[in-house]
Structures are given as structure tokens and as C-alpha cells.
Ligand binder design. Sequence first.
Ligand SMILES: Cc1cc2nc3c(=O)[nH]c(=O)nc-3n(C[C@H](O)[C@H](O)[C@H](O)COP(=O)(O)OP(=O)(O)OC[C@H]3O[C@@H](n4cnc5c(N)ncnc54)[C@H](O)[C@@H]3O)c2cc1C
Ligand code: SF4
Length: 445
Amino acid sequence: MIQNNKLTEEQYTKNFCDIHPPFEHDEAAAIEANRCLNCYDAPCTKLCPTSIDVPLFIKQISSGNIKGSAKTILSANIMGAGCSKVCPVEKLCEGACVYNFLDEEPINIAKLQRYSTEKAMEKKWKLFSRKDSLGKKVAVVGAGPAGLACAHALSLQGIDVTIYEKEAKAGGLMNYGVAAYKVTSQFCKEEVDYILSLGGIKMEYNKALGKDISLAELQQNFDAVFLGIGVGVARALEIPGEDLQGVEDAISFIYNIRTNDYSKIKVGDNVAVIGMGMTAIDAATQSKRLGAKEVTLIYRRTENEKPCTDVELDIAKLDGCAFIWLASPKEIVGENGIVKKFVCNKMTLGEPDVSGRRAPIETGETFSLDVDMVIKAAGQIPFENLVKDASLQNKNGKINIEKNGNTNLKGVFAGGDAVNGGKEVVDAVQAGKDGAKGILEYLDI
Ligand SMILES: Cc1cc2nc3c(=O)[nH]c(=O)nc-3n(C[C@H](O)[C@H](O)[C@H](O)COP(=O)(O)OP(=O)(O)OC[C@H]3O[C@@H](n4cnc5c(N)ncnc54)[C@H](O)[C@@H]3O)c2cc1C
Ligand code: SF4
């Protein structure tokens, strides 16, 4: 049955505690830092989308220069603290570490990055100071990783920035999307406060583009505009029964978890989650952690083609989630308007499609699961109407850009999920930096 209050307060606390705890003491961080081989042409740095100088910051930790190491990280990635908790490092820096080829554990880069950046936040180290105001104004729409990174990079150079954010808090999906056991709302607040402590960035909360403000107004009142609006709700399944009570969009489900007490979130006993990306895994693991008895992830291809990483899949396995590969949604059957059964097509794989992966094809056979909740997590839809209404060139709502975030509209730049359709926090941060570079060039600074 779908209901809240399935667990005790202690169980909720245990289930949602930090999945990657920090080093217990300074010596442990120093010992790990001393393992680093300080590689020439470091592969770990090459695989970081924000190009953090990994060997340098690790060397700074091993020599006791923690402030210097935090500055090295945050100069390349102002959300380096958040990224140390949410980055899929197994496919980025840690996946590239040479120790993998020596059959040894890679350097725990994320934990070291967390160690120095959290110290910087905790001790409120002032690592950056902005140049005097140049009298130029830029509007940033969206206070997610892309918008915040862009705003910070611009303010550093003396630009006066105003961020328009439709929600009451900043952080974007870091605050409202990423699993609660990776980052807490309190951490997100502290990270945003730390970024804004630079000065020169004015926040306008509860102001939505397309509702409270228009792009034309922003173009008129500012010297340039950066759009970091991300993407919207989960893609519809377009199958019968989608409107039944108990069918939820993963983004709204996770938004509720991130903005309420855990005990207030309703979850079913038997939950089906459609999709196998990061959002699907987060929806499934958090359903389990909220007290669902059975959680089954359904994916139309095989494990070889899954979009999530092996580490994420392992988290779901450890949480006791089940997996059905080669299955796609056909129909949700209800009783008295409430979800009862989930019918799926059995699939097989054919020739590669445009994505380069073998295309799933229906076999004609079906099967059904007894469920009381279905969570849709098969991709997110860009804000197509908003983008089209603003006459921005786009592909199915994903804003088209040229180098450094330039859109087809003069003085309007964009980056992050709004452009790439949904990647990772670290990619959005780099896109924000690129956008700031484009804006500074445009303003001739
Ligand atoms: C469930 C889930 C889990 C994820 N887990 C991870 C993870 O573990 N690790 C990882 O690296 N990445 C993860 N991601 C992806 C990551 O969160 C995004 O790639 C990243 O946040 C994108 O940053 P952004 O700034 O482009 O967009 P967003 O973070 O979406 O920020 C966009 C901001 O714009 C605001 N906005 C939107 N429309 C308007 C408007 N009209 N007017 C004003 N403001 C507006 C939004 O409220 C939001 O604050 C996850 C995503 C999801 C959905
Ligand atoms: S690849 Fe590994 S060992 Fe080499 S510099 Fe990077 S973290 Fe250090």
C-alpha cells in the first residue's frame, strides 16, 4: 500500500546517512595523499571535465598546504566540494588513475577533494576576491551548477551579476535531484553560501523566466544573459494507465524527498521503476530506503547497455532492488483508479541504432508484475515551449550553442543540462565557466 511513515525516525536517519563518509582524521588523508605517484600528464586530470590539477592538489595535501589544495580545486571547479560527493568518479578521475593498471585501488581522489574543500567551507577561507565593479551587468537564469559557476566566474572579473531562480533555494538538481544520501540540503546551502560569499552576485528567488520575467526584458536591462535552466520533468511513457493513482514522475518524487521530512513521503510496497539511468537508480534506492518491500528496475536493453555506472548499479543491488533487463512498459492496469499491475513487453536486441547501441525490439511476448507504485525515470524533457517562445535555436528543446555558450540570439548564452539534455554536475560547472568566458569575450573584457 502507498503510505508514509513506514519506518522509525532512527531507520530513516540510518538509511539516508552519508554514503561516502569523510576521512576520520588528518593523518588518514595525508597517508592516502602520499600514495599518489604525481604522474606526468596526469590521466586523472585529463578525465576531469573541469580539468582540476589532481596531482597538484594531492601534493599540496601531503605537504600540509590544505588551503593551497582547496584553492587549486576551487579555481578549476567552484563546486568542487559538491562534486567530491556526487561525481561518478569511477568513470572520471579515479577510473583513469594509473593504479587501476597496477591492479591496486585507485587514489581516493574524491575523498581527498572533499577533505580540503570541506575544510575551506568550514573555516570560511576567503580564497578569491573579485575585481572592482566594471559597471557591466549580466543576468543568469537558473541557480544550478551551470548558473552558479557562470555567475562566480563573471563576478571574479568585476561583472555585477543577478541570478533569477524559480525555486526558493539555489543549487538546482544538487538541491532537488541528487540522492539525499549523497548530499544534504544543509550541505547544498553551505556550498551556495560559500560561492556567493565572493560578493557581486544578487539572488532573485521565486522568479521564473517565462512567467515573472521575459528574455526580452533581460536583454534590454542587462549587457548579457546566461541561461542555465536545466531540464524539466520525466519523459511520459505514453502507455495506457499513466494517469492512475500511484504513477509518479521520478523528478517530482525525488523533489519531494529533498524538500520534506522522510516520514512524510508516501511510497508503495511493490514499486516498479522504469529506466536504468542515474535518476532511475536514485528513485529505486530511495524508495527502498523509505520502506518499500520490493523495488524492481525495468530496462529495455541489457546490462551491457545500461546508462548508469557499475557503482550505481551496485548501490541498487546492495539496497536489495531487483532488475528486469530486456523489458519495456506496455500498460499500467488499475482497480478503482489505483495502480494494480504493470504489463511489460519482452524485448530482444537488433541492429545498432543512432545511439550506436543495439536497438531493443519487441518479441511479442508480455509479462506482468503486481505493483502498487510505478515511477517513471526514462529521461527528462527539456523546457521546449520556453525555449521556442524565446526564439532560441534548439533541437527538441535542447538549446543550440556554438563555442563558449553563444546562442543564436545576440548577447544570450546558455549551458549545462539545458544544452546537453542532462549530463552530470561537473559538466554543468564547466559549461558555466565556458559561458562566462564567452560573455567576457562578448563584452570585450
Ligand atoms: C535524480 C537525479 C540524480 C542525479 N544525480 C547525479 C549525481 O549523482 N551526480 C552528478 O554529477 N549528477 C547527477 N545528476 C545530474 C545533475 O544534477 C545535473 O546534470 C546538473 O544539476 C545540471 O546542472 P544545471 O545547472 O545545468 O541544471 P539544474 O541543476 O537543473 O539547475 C537549473 C536551475 O534552473 C532553475 N530554472 C529552471 N527553469 C527556470 C526558469 N524558467 N526561470 C528561472 N529558473 C529556472 C531550476 O529551478 C534550477 O535551479 C542527477 C540528476 C537527477 C535528475
Ligand atoms: S593518476 Fe592516480 S597516481 Fe597518477 S597523479 Fe592521478 S591520482 Fe595520482
